[in-house]
Design a protein around this ligand. Structure first.
Ligand code: GDP
Length: 202
């Protein structure tokens, strides 16, 4: 799929204030620093579209970006920032959960995992919650350029083995690097296919 336009539309903390209308949307989520903003900017080839985690405020909100005047990329708040404090973490968790459970337009959630890291409890628990709630999601390994292709194969393979202990069937898996554009075509082709599905807000 070609991306001919990408523009920021709205940030908010309330699923009910997300854009009206019935367009497909794809949410991106992961722990702080996983490479979420970089991936969104890489996919859209729009530098600075998604704000990096160093931008105060933005990372606690639901951010909608309209793509090709047709569908949305949604940048969700990162989870698991210990430095945020319990009350703030609880609030953000609620924003994320309300969005995921109530937003009929959300066609797929892309869960970003830093390919260099061992499976983290918080990610595994989040996936479990997604499974329990029948949320369609995919796994996106990020920062693949940081390892040799052999090392990447071993580490991500191990990760998926861990998941298989918990899951009968794995969700779709993507291997990406914002530094060299790896995975861009695969992700956009996948979205293009999903854009053909009917929406339950129609
Ligand atoms: P966010 O907090 O998940 O939005 O993460 P950012 O996109 O702000 O990225 C966090 C850090 O990782 C930044 O220093 C990025 O430059 C770096 N980074 C993100 N993606 C990649 C990648 O694919 N390759 C490399 N080498 N660095 C990356």
């Amino acid at each position: 799929m070609n991306i001919v336009s990408s523009k920021f539309e709205i940030s908010n903390s309330d699923v009910n204030k997300c854009p009206a209308g019935c367009r497909h949307e794809y949410a991106f989520i992961g722990r702080s620093n996983v490479g979420k903003s970089s991936l969104i900017n890489m996919l859209t080839r729009h530098k600075g579209l998604a704000m990096t985690s160093s931008t105060p405020g933005k990372t606690t909100l639901i951010n909608h970006f309209l793509i090709n005047d047709e569908w949305y990329i949604v940048d969700l708040p990162g989870y698991g920032y210990a430095q945020r404090g319990k009350e703030m973490q609880r609030k953000i968790r609620k924003i994320i959960e309300d969005y995921i459970l109530e937003r009929g337009q959300m066609t797929n959630l892309f869960l970003l995992i830093d390919s260099r890291h061992e499976p983290q409890k918080i990610d595994l628990e989040f996936m479990e919650w997604l499974g329990e709630n029948a949320v369609p999601f995919s796994i996106v390994f990020t920062k693949l350029d940081k390892m040799s292709s052999n090392a990447a194969k071993i580490v991500t393979g191990k990760y998926l083995e861990t998941l298989k202990e918990q899951w009968e069937e794995l969700p779709p898996v993507f291997y990406t690097s914002s530094a060299n554009g790896r995975g861009r075509e695969e992700l956009l082709d996948y979205i293009e296919e999903l854009n053909k599905l009917p929406l339950n807000c129609e």
